[in-house]
Design a protein around this ligand. Structure first.
Ligand code: CP3
Length: 329
């Protein structure tokens, strides 16, 4: 059993840093594309045998030190009685306060039973830790409010400015189902949780403190296994994320990893932070950039190698393999 990721999160020294990748099972993999030809994304997320098969692909083909459940942060809305399809589109869009009032949470064991089943299929076959995950309430809410034109945050901003009470009610409902969802994942066998609150980066510091952190804090405190916190541009406001006391913080590539390690308290692990576009460059450059990152972190404790964000879809599979190999051999 490869425990490196769990050891780093618990503060136990390891022979080398563990490595895994956000979006490690995805379009850049020939085996994923082959399976995708026969199944819709909705089917792949909702069929435990398929989701488990995809989860295992990077573990078997790349030798990463962790598996991450193949799912999406948006399936949680099914526990609020909404529907989601992919590419991401939540229906019906939430446009009124009355709709938020009427959202009636369903038991996650019922609405998201396929996730429970996927984790139970996976755990006995895995020799590496299994990471479960969820979206941050603000990020998921923004997809409910702006499903058509997500990047604009047009309706999300309007709710923050003139309908804050109802937005808080939506965030509260999402937080409650998210906590149940994570507890279900842990009971089924998830050993680590990563919270993706990607779009915190769109908010001012004041908005982050109003619409995101109180909810994230409730989630982090409710989970009994280590929690890794991810958001875009995390290196721009590390102090705020440290305040939330996650087990680890996932950092982007805007600042050197060593500097981020030094400014994060030693009891919190750090994860990151290779620029995902580096994997587009020639193999020799990937290897030398990775080596520089590893050298810069030599002697540093509690470090998890990862990218600063997910693997891009148009990266050659071989490039990803070289990156992982550079860390693991
Ligand atoms: O890391 C993993 O491999 C686990 C699986 C995972 C997916 N999405 C699979 C996915 C995880 C952890 C996510 C998180 C997610 N989903 C986030 C937060 C992380 C981030 O990227 O900022 C967000 C914002 C979403 C919402 C979402 N889902 C978007 C915006 C998209 C379309 C664009 C994209 O990223 O491809 C999706 C679709 C999605 N999520 C797919 C998969 C496998 C389908 C695309 C594909 O075939 O790869």
């Amino acid at each position: 059993m490869n425990r490196r990721l769990l050891d780093v999160l618990e503060g136990i020294e390891t022979d080398r840093p563990p490595v895994w990748l956000m979006r490690q099972a995805g379009r850049y993999m020939p085996s994923y594309q082959a399976l995708r030809k026969h199944h819709s994304l909705w089917d792949m997320f909702h069929t435990p045998e398929l989701a488990a098969q995809v989860t295992l692909m990077p573990v078997e083909q790349l030798g990463v030190d962790a598996a991450i459940l193949f799912s999406d942060i948006l399936v949680i809305v099914e526990a609020l009685g909404l529907s989601v399809d992919f590419p991401p589109r939540i229906t019906p869009a939430i446009t009124t306060s009355a709709q938020v009032d009427a959202l009636a949470p369903r038991p996650v064991q019922e609405a998201l039973s396929y996730v429970d089943a996927t984790i139970r299929l996976l755990r006995p076959t895995l020799q590496v830790p299994l990471i479960g995950f969820c979206g941050g309430p603000f990020t998921v809410a923004s997809y409910c409010l702006d499903p058509e034109d997500h990047g604009s945050f047009r309706c999300t901003r309007a709710w923050m400015q003139s309908n804050a009470l109802s937005l808080h009610m939506l965030l509260d409902k999402l937080t409650l189902v998210t906590i149940d969802y994570l507890r279900m994942q842990v009971a089924a066998g998830a050993q680590v949780i990563q919270v993706f609150d990607s779009w915190l980066s769109e908010l001012t510091a004041e908005e982050r403190h109003t619409f995101a952190y109180p909810y994230l804090k409730r989630i982090i405190d409710a989970v009994s296994v280590p929690v890794i916190l991810f958001c875009r541009h995390s290196s721009l406001f590390p102090d705020e994320l440290i305040e939330l006391k996650p087990s680890a913080i996932s950092f982007d590539w805007l600042r050197p990893m060593r500097e981020l390690r030094d400014l994060t308290p030693s009891h919190i692990a750090v994860q990151g932070n290779l620029d995902p576009s580096v994997l587009k460059r020639p193999v020799e450059e990937i290897e030398s950039t990775t080596r520089r990152l590893l050298d810069s972190m030599r002697g540093k404790q509690r470090y998890i190698v990862n990218l600063g964000h997910g693997v891009l879809p148009d990266i050659p599979f071989e490039h990803v393999r070289h990156f992982i190999q550079e860390v693991t051999t």
